[in-house]
Design a protein around this ligand. Sequence first.
Ligand SMILES: NC(=O)c1ccc[n+]([C@@H]2O[C@H](COP(=O)([O-])OP(=O)(O)OC[C@H]3O[C@@H](n4cnc5c(N)ncnc54)[C@H](O)[C@@H]3O)[C@@H](O)[C@H]2O)c1
Length: 359
Amino acid sequence: MRILVTGGAGFIGSYFVRRLEMSAENEILVYDNLHPQVHGNEAVPPIFGPKVEFIRGDVRDASLLRETIKRFRPNAIAHLASETGTGQSHDEISRYADVNIMGTTYLFEGIRAMGRELDWFLLTSSRAVYGEGAYINSQHRLMANVVRRLGDLEAGRFGVYDSNGLELTSIPSSSIITPTPLSVYAATKLTQEHLARSILSTSNARLLIYRFQNVFGAGQSLINPYTGVLSIFISRLLQGKPIGIYEDGEVSRDFIYVDDVVAAMIAGISRDVRPERPLDIGSGNASKIYDVAIKLARLAGYEGFDLPITGEFRPGDIRHAVADTSYSRSVLEWSPKVSLEEGLERLYVWAKDRISFPS
Ligand SMILES: NC(=O)c1ccc[n+]([C@@H]2O[C@H](COP(=O)([O-])OP(=O)(O)OC[C@H]3O[C@@H](n4cnc5c(N)ncnc54)[C@H](O)[C@@H]3O)[C@@H](O)[C@H]2O)c1
């Protein structure tokens, strides 16, 4: 296989490329602009083996992308390059659209110009496309497409309510519900999915769309302030900086360790898997961000420690996220293996060698 991986120098991408390298028959080309927000200003590409070529390139550079594809002639593509910050996407709308939407269109133009059919195309989308996700009311009726009103958030009412003001209960979301993006980031990720589906519907290529929950682990950028809540927390804890918990401390997420995410990606490309709908990839467990932050703080040596709950909120942030992974587990014959505790330990051990407490 000749596999092009955009964003292959990033957190998930570099794990994925290292797994691809293990197969003797794979040749890999990583196309990544080493985004300074993720990699810093003095960025160098990750160290890969001899079967991996690295091109420092931007997905917005249509001609470099086209030339690269024409020369390398991939028969499979994993598209991970993306702007990834939910909150930041509201301040930089056109840049997010440019990279995530236009970048994806240039990628497909490059594929068309190559004139060779792909075996598979893997897109890393996000659970963000669900917005608030699925809820039920007190009569157990499914309430999808719910939205939190700014007025409620400003008044410190952070829950998700029906039109009568009754609080709803979060349930796991999966790709059977209609997406309702509530951030610019989410809208661009859903557009990537639509583009991939519409363009590839006229080919035999297998389309694998993965909707990831919160992926974490060793190797996640410790400097990107806009994404990766656990790496932001561990980085601040190790520097002795305060961390605050947004809203009322009840916000929850589905954290999944990066090894499990990459195992799901490898499961999808290694067999003739043709999913009928996007694959939800998460642990299937909702964890309160507050509780996870306390666990991290204990690992970092803070005993008897409490965290301030700030009452702040950010545009585009959602209340609860948890995946219904039943479809992806059966289609991929995959299940996550790394517990939250084990993952946090690995993140901490890795981060403490990179960040020192100021003396
Ligand atoms: N990490 C998560 O929790 C998570 C959750 C849902 C979806 N995703 C998706 O998974 C993918 C990978 O995310 P990640 O966590 O590894 O992020 P990351 O920021 O670590 O990696 C993204 C990579 O893309 C590169 N990149 C960014 N803009 C680019 C551009 N214009 N041209 C070329 N390369 C560019 C960056 O340099 C980086 O190496 C993204 O598509 C993201 O939307 C991630």
